[in-house]
Design a binder for this molecule. Sequence first.
Ligand code: 48N
Length: 315
Amino acid sequence: MSPSTVIIPPQVEEPAPVKLTANGGGIPNGKLYKTNEDYQGNYQFAPIEEAQVSRAMIKRYFNTLYERAISDVVVIGAGSAGLSCAYHLSKSRPDLKITIIEASVAPGGGAWLGGQLMTPMVIRKPAEKFLEEIGVPYEDEGNFVVVKHAALFTSTLLSKVLAMPNVVLMNATAVEDLIILPDPLNPSSQRVAGVVTNWTLVALNHDTQSCMDPNVITAPVIISATGHDGPMGAFSAKRLVSTGLVKELGNMRCLDMNRAEPNIVNGTREVVPGLIMAGMELSEHSGMNRMGPTFGAMIASGKKAAIEAMKILDK
Ligand code: 48N
């Protein structure tokens, strides 16, 4: 084709203006337009009015925000521990309203890469059983397995969790405080009863504007899995200390895989009434070793947190 030849796509019928129906849907002239998936220059979308897109998002998002203001369980942090917890909890208890609050736009935390920005992910046995459950292939190295790319694990787990009808993920949203109330079961003590949230960009910029007040979500059980580093790492552990509910941080100890992983899993527990701590945040709270680039303990800690949450809810 000589360069002077310019292909002018066949003129397609200008879509008639779409009349918005009351609920924000668009049925142009009472009929749905035909579409055309033609890659030879005549690809046609059904017409839309820009306001329909806004209304489609606003209606759903703010309905969810309204409905999840009262949740059954809030999971703070959608890293490998938080997501693993949400998976097991929603699978075991599809009746529960589980709301995940994730500060980053991209959930997944530190589980998009293995170690030192390398992509393979090491998971020590017996945690590979979870990979088999969610369908993540791995290479078997005897006492541990290797997933070819950490993102294969995290994206698979994330897709399973997001497909669960009772799970809602609010990403780009930060927990910037906790709700702590007198414990109705024991008024002389206090109980974590919910979270205080704001858009993360707001939460990180409180010193640039006058008070930008937050929102709240209440729940009888909070599971905190905010990790040990990052802009808000170990959030709840630090907040529990600053409120005086916990005397002092244990501070994460140096790397020792063989101590760190079983201690994190076995130490996953309700650290104060109403709040279960999981994953690497626990190392900061309880002074456990770090394990570095191996993720089996995150998977198992998440599952243990789900088991502990069900014990509380079943009381
Ligand atoms: O992946 P992380 O940081 O945390 P975990 O515990 O799920 O997994 C930890 C794991 O990635 C390791 O650190 C590995 C095993 N390395 C160990 C080692 O020795 O170095 O996920 C925490 C998530 C992140 O996505 C944060 O954005 C989010 O929590 N987050 C928050 N979300 C909402 N509100 C907050 N205040 C908040 N703080 C953190």
